[in-house]
Design a protein around this ligand. Sequence first.
Ligand code: SF4
Ligand code: SF4
Length: 136
Amino acid sequence: MEDKLITKDALGREVKDLSIIRWWGIDRKEIDWFPQINYDKCARCGVCFISCGRRVFDWDKKEDRPIVARPYNCMVACQTCLNLCPCGAIEFPNIEIVKKMSVKAKIVKKAFEIMKDIRDKEETLNSKETEIDPDA
Ligand code: SF4
Ligand code: SF4
């Protein structure tokens, strides 16, 4: 599915609607994983707004502070903004939400299936190389 350009942010950067991309087959909007800002702690430095490549944040020019403008653009299980915030002002739900969703979506089983494709191809390639190896 193509992501859709929806707008531009306060810095004039393009914003796409990434909420339409399913997460391991689950509707992204079923997963309540996104940051919240504690304005009592926020120093308004802009690090979260500038550094999130998924444009979850925008900048409220009137209040001169970040806002969580597109929560479902957030990458499930990412916490980069929390790690970068110098004030501890960004909060996330309990990681158990993600763990429950990963079980529901059977992501480990799906990952093994995807990796099996790579491994099978690699094995086929290796056996072909052995066939043509003059030293074999
Ligand atoms: S990184 Fe933290 S302190 Fe800086 S604007 Fe974002 S929430 Fe506020
Ligand atoms: S967790 Fe990652 S994707 Fe989500 S808002 Fe923070 S930096 Fe952006």
